[in-house]
Design a protein around this ligand. Structure first.
Ligand SMILES: *Cc1c(COP(=O)(O)O)cnc(C)c1O
Length: 370
């Protein structure tokens, strides 16, 4: 029997091991911020953003970004219903309410027409989450943002390597956030980053990130405000530095894997994979197949077929409005609901072989023939 195919694994080379070992041996005392500073610099340069602040998670970065953008009690933040809970949870941390709107069928990202219809006097931000590497329709969202005077914030945790009209995903809104969890294209084990061109947001996040101590403050142990502790450690940042030196390879390998699936399945109009509209680049974090709703398939059957071949394919995110965790949302988001039952994430780790990809393709072919 063939060996199992995991759904994701990081790409760790000698460079990551070397930097991590160096940080573990020497990165203390006066040198305890060296890799963190370097990681932030590398990330700012890559993203084109003026400020990059490393955090212990993307969730923490979103939390501090929301506080810094003035989102608080009673406010509303609009986001797509199909999302990982980490995008929505920080909205509740600040006492605001996530408002879930239906998604665009092809990108899985929030549908701008639904966004506009959901705006109220309490709407404080529109959260553009670029799901699976697919980009939100930033032209339409920016138009809404300007007409209503409501900022866009970007959760680009899944969109490293994606860009919209030449701008890196995450660098377009008031601030953007990234995750370096072990499943993401770039990893530190755990970790996150907030980028922004707004110096007021940057300085607020830096302060909140370090127990409310202002950076450059001359009085030791003096908090300016009640902050948080979402800083990244130097050892995590060391791994991040190695990954950022390899970023172009990491992203192009992800894109290659998606392209291979697309080419192998090109003769099947009954399925769709991640879109890449004109003027955009899809970083291809997670190749995702959507099966046409006319096909005689259901989610159990699809998952079963993969598991029988020892392939760890995963369901896409549940519509968050259906989890019961966000009680006062009465969303009825049909496309989010249908998509959850018809779509599946395919394995896409960097070191995957062509013959492993062929095994995944064979399962899809068999399903389509059934
Ligand atoms: C992974 C992910 C997060 C959470 O990142 P953490 O670093 O685990 O906090 C948030 N949003 C999206 C879209 C993600 O994919």
């Amino acid at each position: 029997m063939s060996v199992s195919i995991p759904y994701s694994l990081p790409s760790i080379t000698d460079l990551e091991q070397q930097y991590a070992a160096d940080a573990a041996q020497f990165g203390w005392g006066a040198r305890c911020y060296e890799y963190i500073d370097r990681f932030e610099e590398l990330f700012a340069r890559y993203s084109g953003a003026e400020h990059a602040i490393a955090t212990s998670s993307c969730t923490g970065a979103i939390h501090m970004g929301l506080v810094s953008a003035g989102v608080g009690k009673g406010d509303e933040v609009i986001l797509g219903d199909t999302n990982w809970v980490a995008s929505a949870a920080p909205i509740t941390y600040v006492g605001a309410k996530p408002v879930f709107v239906d998604i665009d069928e092809s990108s899985f990202c929030l549908d701008p027409r639904r966004v506009e219809a959901a705006i109220t006097a309490r709407t404080k931000a529109i959260m553009a989450v670029h799901l699976y590497g697919n980009l939100c329709d930033m032209d339409a969202l920016q138009d809404i943002s300007e007409r209503y005077g409501i900022p866009i914030i970007e959760d680009a945790a899944e969109a490293i390597g994606s860009s919209f009209k030449g701008s890196i995903a995450g660098s377009i809104g008031l601030f953007g956030t990234f995750s370096f969890h072990g499943t993401k294209t770039v990893t530190c084990g755990e970790g996150g980053m907030l980028i922004t061109n707004d110096s007021r947001i940057a300085s607020s996040v830096r302060t909140l990130n370090n127990h409310g101590r202002a950076s450059g403050a001359h009085r030791a142990f003096w908090p300016e405000t009640i902050g948080y502790k979402y800083k990244m450690s130097n050892i995590q940042a060391a791994i991040g530095c190695a990954q950022m030196e390899r970023i172009d390879d990491l992203v192009s390998r992800k894109r290659e894997i998606l392209a291979y699936y697309k080419a192998a399945l090109i003769e099947y109009p009954q399925i769709k994979l991640n879109p890449e509209p004109e003027h955009t680049v899809n970083g291809a974090w997670m190749p995702t197949v959507v099966f046409d709703k006319e096909l005689p398939l259901n989610l159990e059957k699809i998952i079963d077929a993969f598991h029988q071949q020892k392939i760890d394919a995963r369901v896409v995110f549940w519509p968050l409005s259906t989890t019961g965790l966000f009680t006062d949302t009465k969303a009825e988001n049909k496309i989010a609901a249908i998509t959850q039952k018809r779509a599946i994430n395919l394995p896409s780790y960097h070191d995957m072989t062509n013959s492993e990809q062929d095994r995944v393709v064979d399962v899809i072919r068999t399903l389509l023939a059934s």
